[in-house]
Ligand binder design. Sequence first.
Ligand code: CU
Length: 169
Amino acid sequence: MRHSFLYTAILATTLSFAPISFAEEYQHSNNTEYVQQLAGLQVEQPWSRALPPTAHTGATFVNIHNSSTKADRLISAYSPMAEKTELHNHIHQDGLMKMVEVEAIEVPANGTLELKPGSYHVMLIGLKQPLKEGEHFPIRLDFEQAGSIDLEVVVKDMNAGTAAEHMER
Ligand SMILES: [Cu+2]
């Protein structure tokens, strides 16, 4: 066993592409919040809350950093997980929290757009499958300037993000 392990290790280090794959794995294991780069935008790992199987709608949240000097706009989103995908915001109206559809959401220059519970979110309408904790599903975010980016949404537990939401009140 020991011999074969050593042999594999030596073989791997002699392959020219090996250092690249090692470097990638190292990077992934260090970034729990995986960041994807698109033009001047850095997009963190999007997430959704797990929901009971009877739920017809869900929401996806994500942080988008803009390191450029020009503002961008999130103009649409698409996921095969839902029949329809909309951009939403939460607003206070007559003492109630209400969700409204928005045409676009600005990603400020040298700033961060946070899609989070109680604020901006991607609304998934007509869920085709239940949002189960630990599962992943694809989403595409479309930006006016930077173009489109494909991401994996991770489904977190039902209470994920509630602490932050309560702090805002
Ligand atoms: Cu909504």
